[in-house]
Design a protein around this ligand. Sequence first.
Ligand code: PAF
Length: 286
Amino acid sequence: METIRLPRVMQEMAIREKRAGRTMGFVPTMGALHDGHLSLVKTARSENDLVAVSLFVNPTQFSAGEDFDRYPRAVSEDLEKLSSSGLADFVFLPETQNIYPPDFSTRVEVEGLSERMCGAFRPGHFQGVATIVLKLLNIIQPARAYFGQKDYQQSVIIEKMVKDLNLPLEVAVCPTVREADGLAMSSRNAYLSPGERNAAPALYRALQAGAAALAEGRRDAGGLRALMEGVLRAEPLFSAVDYISAFDAGTLEELENIDKNTVLLAGAARIGTTRLIDNLLVNNLK
Ligand code: PAF
C-alpha cells in the first residue's frame, strides 16, 4: 500500500495505471475509518484491479460554527486499518493547501438537489462536497467510486454531477452498515456520550416505524411524519429534529401524498451537540 500526499503525484500514478488498462476503484473518506468505510473498500476491491482511498477532512463542506475543528482525525489508525486489511493499493492523503491553494476559486453547485433535506439546514455543504468530490475524481481517475447509502442525499448529488458533467465513471451506492442496535455507523458517533450513544438508535427506530406503517398500507405523508417524529421525540435526549419525513427518492422533494413505488424515509436530528442522519429506502409500495 502506497501513501501519496501530492495531488500531482497521485494523478500521474492514476493516469499511468489507467493507460496500462487497470481499473481503479475509489473510496473517498474524511478518515476516522469505521466498518462502514471498510465495507466500501471491500466492495471496491472485489470489482476493480486497484483500490484507492482518500483521507481528507474537507474544510469547504463545513459552515462556520459546525464541527470542522473537532471532526475526528485518526490518520495513523486509518493507515494501520487499511494496511492490515490488505484491501487498498493507494491512500491519498493530501494537505489542505495543495487541494485549495490561495488562488482557488471554482465551486461546483448541483442545483435543486443541494437545497433540499440537509441542504436546507447546512447551506453550502453540498457545494463543498461536490467540489471536493469532482477534484478527487479528476485526481484519482477511477472507473468506479463508492459511497454509503447513509449519506443518501450526497450520493444522489454525486450521481447527478457525474451525469450532468459526463464524467467517465460509475457511482456505486452501498448499503448502510449498522451497529448491533441499528445505529448507522458514522465517524460522528465518536462524539456521543455513553447516555447519548444508548439513545441514538431511536432515529433508526423512528424510520423503521415509518417503514412498517408504509408496509401496512399507510399513505398519508403527514401522518407518517407525525408517527416517526413521535418515536424520535420519545427519546428526550434528541434535542432538535431538523426533519424526519418521506421524500421522493430521485428528486429528494418532500412528499405530501405517497403514490410512488419507492419512498425515501430520512431524518436528521441533534442529540446533544451531535447531528445524526439516517434513512431507509422503502420499495415495492404499489
Ligand atoms: O462522505 C464523506 O465522508 C465526505 O462527504 C466525502 C465524500 C469524502 C467528501 O469530503
